[in-house]
Every structure is written in C-alpha cells, then in structure tokens.
Design a protein around this ligand. Structure first.
Ligand SMILES: C[C@H](O)[C@H](O)[C@H]1CNC2=NC(N)=NC(=O)C2=N1
Length: 101
C-alpha cells in the first residue's frame, strides 16, 4: 500500500461519493462521524476496526462519546492523506454498514 501523500485532485476524486467523509480544514486528514444505535454498537464497531487497523498497520485517531465515534485518518510519514487512509476509511464504512449505517 502506497504511503505517498495524495495530490489534491487525487484526494478529491477519492472522496467523491464517499458519504460522510470530509477533508480536515488543514487538508492533512480525512474525517467522519459515525452515529450508532447505542454504546454497545459503537464499541463493537471500534473493536472490529481496531483489529482491521492492526492488520493494515494503520490506526485511526478517534473518539467515542456514547453512540458516536469520530474518526480522523492521516499518514504521519507523508504529512497528509495517502491511499492507506482511503483503504482504512473503506474498511470502516464496510464495518459501519453491518450496523445499518
Ligand atoms: C511503525 C508503524 O508502521 C507506523 O507508525 C504506522 C502505525 N499506524 C499508523 N496509523 C496511521 N493512521 N498513520 C500512520 O502513519 C501510521 N503509521
């Protein structure tokens, strides 16, 4: 997986039609807020994503308050967003879909 920072046009293409995902104000990360039915589902989602993050060696910066999980993905070595962040965001979307999101 390529850790190179995506060019602005590549990033825009990658984010097009990715519902819920946005570029952080400083353009070094992509973010999404997930809202689940309750804490149990939010934490199950986080557990699933944590295992996927280990497999990919790419870990979200995230926070959880009850049924909400806020996620930020960036690639430290590149100082911005790489294909690895896009890959991780797709894995997180697929996990969320299993909870009807
Ligand atoms: C050494 C290890 O591969 C790196 O520190 C990995 C770990 N997980 C990571 N996760 C994320 N989101 N970005 C990184 O740049 C990153 N780097």
């Amino acid at each position: 997986m390529d850790d190179t920072r995506l060019k602005p046009e590549e990033l825009n293409d990658a984010l097009t039609a990715r519902e819920g995902w946005a570029l952080a104000e400083d353009e070094t990360a992509i973010t999404r807020d997930f809202k689940f039915a309750d804490f149990r589902e939010a934490f199950a989602f986080m557990s699933e994503c944590a295992l996927a993050a280990e497999r990919l060696d790419h870990h979200p910066s995230w926070n959880n308050v009850y049924n909400r999980v806020g996620v930020s993905l960036t690639t430290h070595s590149s100082g911005g967003v790489s294909a690895r962040d896009i890959e991780m965001s797709k894995i997180m979307d697929a996990a969320a879909r299993r909870y009807g999101i």
